[in-house]
Structure formats: structure tokens, C-alpha cells
Ligand binder design. Sequence first.
Ligand SMILES: Nc1ncnc2c1ncn2[C@@H]1O[C@H](COP(=O)(O)OP(=O)(O)OP(=O)(O)O)[C@@H](O)[C@H]1O
Ligand SMILES: [Mg+2]
Length: 411
Amino acid sequence: MLAPSRYKGAFGGRGSGKSHFFAEMAVEWAIMHRGARIVCVREVQKSLKESVKLLIEDKIQDLGVQRLFSVLHDRIETPGGGLILFQGMQEHTKESIKSLEGFDVAYVEEAQTMTGGSLEMLRPTIRNPGSELWFSWNPRHATDPVDALLRGPAPPPDAIVVQANYMDNPFFPDVLEDERAFDAQHSPVRYAHIWLGEYEPMAVGAIWNMATINEGRRSRENLPDLKRIVVSIDPAGSAEPGANETGIMTCAVGEDGRGYVLDDLSLSGTPQQWAERALAAYDLYGADAIVAEVNFGGDMVANTIRAMRPNVRIITVRAARGQSKHVRAEPISALYSLGKISHVGAFPKLEAQMCLVTAAGYEGQGSPDRVDALVWAFTELFPGMVRRVRDRDKAAPARANGQYRPHRWRG
Ligand SMILES: Nc1ncnc2c1ncn2[C@@H]1O[C@H](COP(=O)(O)OP(=O)(O)OP(=O)(O)O)[C@@H](O)[C@H]1O
Ligand SMILES: [Mg+2]
């Protein structure tokens, strides 16, 4: 890792010391290369707090070299007139990225979230002789652009890439050990990804995958006008601790005919709590209806909401008897495959559930309440899509269970 090489990467799970390693290397580089310019980037950096600035300041202290550096509000001045900057790639354009052309090192933190566009923009920008690109990441999928570049079939010839996990970190702290042990017990499905740097779990036969979800992802600034917005609720059977969550999703269809997941406000709570939450989303997003499932408790869902807000438009839906979840979800997963759905931002819990829904059932723990709410929302927003599948089901009697029977009820 210390030998010169244009590409250096460290991938692995949480707490493996990746960030500390590169932060230290940045400080050392600044000392060894007087006047060097280093930029620490992330795909999204809403504020400096999200950057590795504080970590680098700590490293300067730990190495006892404070007198060589001067820490300013948004940058760190380094020996010989060099500097360390902290930036988000999302804020850059083809034009603005040119400001980094004189830089010697770019360190990309949490690089699994870097888009192909950002990576393509960054690589040729860092062009000084002997300049280097450093990446640390926890792999989500082989199609993450950084993973494809550094672990794909043809990595750059002089790339140095290492895997690091918590057991390789001699400083692994007790607090993280407790976290790890907890996850090992309670999130066995996601454990290997979070702590061992394996790809996100994808059940065999899953009807969604992270690659498709990532491809569709958009930022909030990048939305068309929205034609319809709904809030959907998949109520939990009970509010007991340990009971299922209530899935609450806000989804929309744009003037461009595409679907957008705007928010995931799912929670574990009482009917009072989820009704309040759903109404808040309804107001916040200017939704035109609340789509509510009535499997449990009959009209309780609608009644609870109406007790708080008599005039809200509620569309109640119920699963056909004996219908399995994946049959209902399949037309919606088809919309994703067609590139018709964008997640506006990231919804890690929803997305983890999605990738565990298979034709044979849900392979996660409990019930995929967020996915259920998502499916109800898009079933309402894309009625044509669902009808097509229903027609096909009619032609194929073996799958006659797959019927969607919306039961509309307007206040
Ligand atoms: N060189 C070091 N000196 C002191 N402590 C360290 C060092 N490297 C790692 N640690 C300890 O290990 C912990 C995990 O390290 P670090 O945050 O770099 O891991 P990471 O691989 O970036 O994980 P994450 O995915 O959680 O960001 C740190 O919070 C710190 O307590
Ligand atoms: Mg880190």
C-alpha cells in the first residue's frame, strides 16, 4: 500500500480501519510531498461534518505534527503551501471538476456509493505526474462502479487492492465489538455484508436486485413534475414490541410516466402513531390519497385515520385470498426491470427487504412491511401495469391466484 501506485483500494466491512488507514496516509503524504494537494471526496457531502476532515485532524494530533499543519474552517493547509480539501462529487459539474486538475491525490471515502459518472469525471481530472487515487468502500454489488473498476475482470494494471475486515483491525474497539455481536445474532442475513464486506445479500431468485435499484436512483434536484403522489400503509398486526413494523411509503408518478419512491417513514408503533405519521407524509408531500391495506382489523385503518382527519381520501386495498406476496409484487418488480422506477435518495431498509423477496417467499426475518407498502403504492399508481398481469394470469389458470382486487372507498 505504501509503494507508489495510481490506484489504491481497501474494501471490507465496518470497523476494519479503512478510514483511519487512508486518513493517516493522507497526513503522511502531505509531510513527505511538500506542497501536495489532496482532495477527500464522497459522492454526497452535505456538510463538512460528513467528510473525513475531523478524522484527519485527529491523525495530525496523534502523529504529533500539529505545527506543520494549519486547520482552517473548510480546509487544512499542509507543509510547503499544500492543502487538503473536502468535497462532494454531486456538487461538481464537468466544468467545476477542473478546479481539481492540479491535485496529487484524491481519496474517495464510502466509494461504493460513487456513481459511474462521478468516477469517470474524477479519474482523468487527477492527472499530475505520480498522482494517486485512493478508494475505501464496503462492496454492495459487483456492478458498483468502484467495484467493477478495482475488482472487476480487468483492473488497472498497477492497482493495489486489499480486503480488510474487523478482525484485521488491531484497534477494533469494544463498542463496535458489541455492535458486531448484536448484528451477528439479529441481522444474520445482512451480517456478511455489513461486517465482512460481502456483497449485499441477494436471495436466489430474488425479484429485485441492488444493481437495478442503483441504476434508477435519482437525487431530489433531478425530479420531473409529479402527476400523482400517494402515501401507502401496510399496518402491523399489533403494536407489541417485536411485532412487525408498519410500512409507510410515499410514492409518486411523474409527468414523465415514471415512478418515484419519495420517502420511507415506516415505524413500529400504535395505530395512533402510524396514522399520525401517514398524515404528516400526506401533508408534507401534498399527496392525493392514502392507500391502506385492510387485511388486519377490517376498517380499523381507515377509521383510525379518519378519526384524526375526516376528509382525507383513503383508498383501501386488500390482498386476494391465498395470494402470495410475490405475485402481488411481481408487476412492480417488472416496472423496476423496465427502468421505470427511481428511488429518490437511498432507503437502505426498504432496499434490503426488496432484495430478499423471492418467488418462494420472503427470505428475511419477519415480514417485508416496507415492500408491501411499496407494492400497494405502485399498484395504485400504475393500474395499467397490474391489469396486464391480471389478464395474463387469466390466460394461465395455474396462476389464477394472482388477482388484484382493489376495493375503493372514498370519503
Ligand atoms: N490507526 C488507528 N489508531 C487508532 N484507532 C484505530 C486505528 N484504526 C482504526 N481504529 C479504530 O477502529 C475503528 C474502526 O476504524 P475505521 O473507522 O477506520 O473503520 P472503517 O473500516 O472505516 O469502518 P466503517 O465502515 O465503519 O467506516 C475506529 O473507530 C477506531 O476506534
Ligand atoms: Mg469508514
